[in-house]
Design a protein around this ligand. Structure first.
Ligand code: RFL
Ligand code: PHB
Length: 411
């Protein structure tokens, strides 16, 4: 075996998703150097279609970090969403707009997660000339409970490497290995909830027919109408968790979308699919504390929300803002004390978002789709909550302030 090459950096970051890349950017601005390791190729991470909604505090942070030029040019500011449901069983669906601008004076921005990732990679690699090590394998964390942790990995060409650092960040998403390393100390608690459904997502070359996102409650299950640009629509259908996307032809998907999104006066534009439909499971998960020694978890590595509240990427970015500040304080002389509040500060926001995502998910999905008798009690509660949300200014404001994102540090 060839000899392992030794490297040194202040911070080692595993994962080049939103959490890892925003952390690297915030640290670079504070004069702290980092190495980013990523299992996939650059083209793969740039093409991975995921989230689309940026909270107001996320947009502000990306602006402050100097990586929002294209976001400001191409992002689509939205000042509300619609909740679409039938007021009474069997009746026609109607839209009820939640007017964020009026209720909380802020909005959201529709801009694909992979566009955020592209902008951050271009900024780091092409503009600043800093590296991201793509296509690494066999990543392992070592000595995380000491003040000299390290990471070993195998590079794409088969060479072996070790990075010595002061701090390691597990930004490797839900399927990464950092959560298990954090748990090896024995004091990690994992709180979980699963849901009896999944989302089938499609990206279509079809002009959006309405300016805002539509969350539809329907007897056949939830549907979401979203978009990526003035030419591209993003749509989701609630489906059983074990769904094989291969069983859903284009015609069947459009049929189901037309049914669940139907409203008098609404037209759903159809168009060719730009990628194969995918099925995403729904779960809630919180792992804490988000720290073991000098290993810090951030983003999906530590917590998952169902996508109904559009919170996952935003939470990942909120975590690394707190982490970048903690690391900066550490180097400014605060020592370990700089890290003490990290997990607690993050988990307060995480639990608020967990509650909101669970609330949106529970209010909008059918827990009994396709059953003849259905669950009239559950559906009655959902209708009551939907009617209350759209008719009470207090309830609508609560939804709006959570959706646009509470200010960082507010909860
Ligand atoms: P990511 O984006 O998963 O990035 C983790 C990175 O780590 C790499 N990796 C490794 N690298 C090296 N070594 C290893 N051993 C590694 N293991 C993994 C992976 O390849 C990857 O590049 O996690 P991060 O940065 O924490 O970001 C989280 C977000 O990606 C996620 O929360 C959102 O996509 C969730 N989400 C949404 N979030 C929103 O804020 N708004 C939305 O509208 C929204 N919609 C969604 C969503 C997620 C969805 N899916 C597909 C899960 C809609 C969907 C359908
Ligand atoms: C999306 O556009 O991908 C999207 C929008 C809102 C959500 C989830 C996903 O709640």
């Amino acid at each position: 075996m060839t000899q392992r090459r030794e490297h040194r950096s202040q911070v080692g970051i595993v994962g080049a998703g939103p959490a890892g890349l925003v952390l690297a950017k915030l640290l670079a601005r504070a004069g702290v150097d980092s190495v980013v390791l990523e299992a996939r190729s650059r083209s793969y991470v740039e093409a991975r279609v995921r989230a689309g909604v940026l909270e107001a505090p996320t947009v502000e942070l990306l602006r402050e970090a100097g990586v929002a030029d294209r976001l400001d040019r191409e992002g689509m500011p939205h000042s509300g969403i619609a909740l679409r449901f039938a007021d009474a069983p069997g009746g026609p669906a109607q839209d009820h707009r939640i007017d964020f601008a009026d209720l909380v004076g802020k909005g959201i921005t529709v801009y694909g997660q992979q566009e955020v990732v592209k902008d951050l990679l271009a900024d780091r690699i092409d503009d600043a000339g800093l590296p991201v090590e793509f296509e690494v394998s066999d990543v392992e964390f070592h000595d995380v409970t000491t003040d000299a942790p390290s990471i070993t990995w195998t590079a794409a060409d088969g060479s072996a490497h070790r990075l010595h650092c002061d701090v390691v960040a597990g930004c490797d998403g839900f399927h990464g290995g950092s959560r298990a390393v954090a748990g090896a100390g024995g004091d990690l608690t994992v709180a979980e909830r699963s849901y009896p459904f999944a989302w089938l997502g499609v990206l279509a070359k079809a002009a959006p027919t309405t300016d805002e996102l539509v969350y539809a409650h329907h007897d056949r299950g939830f549907a979401l109408y979203s978009m990526r640009s003035p030419e591209v629509t993003r749509l989701y259908l609630q489906v059983p968790p074990e769904t094989d996307p291969g069983d859903w032809s284009e015609a069947r998907i459009w049929d189901e979308l037309q049914t669940r999104l139907a409203r008098p006066g609404f037209t759903l534009n159809e168009g060719e699919f730009l990628e194969k439909p995918g099925v995403t499971g729904m779960r809630s998960m919180v792992a804490g504390p988000m720290r073991r020694g000098r290993l810090f978890l951030a983003g999906d590595a530590a917590h998952i929300v169902p996508p109904t509240g559009a919170k996952g990427m935003n939470l990942a970015i909120a975590d690394v803002r707190v982490l970048a500040e903690a690391i900066t304080r550490f180097y400014a002389g605060a020592g370990e004390g700089g890290f003490d509040g990290y997990s607690e500060t993050c988990l307060r926001r995480v639990w608020r978002a967990e509650h909101f995502s669970w609330f949106m998910t529970s209010m909008l999905h059918r827990f009994d789709p396709g059953t003849e008798a259905g669950d009239p009690f559950g559906v009655g509660l959902q209708r009551a909550q939907l009617r209350y949300t759209v008719s009470s200014r207090a309830a609508a404001t609560s939804l709006a302030e959570n959706y646009v994102g509470l200010p960082h540090g507010a909860v």
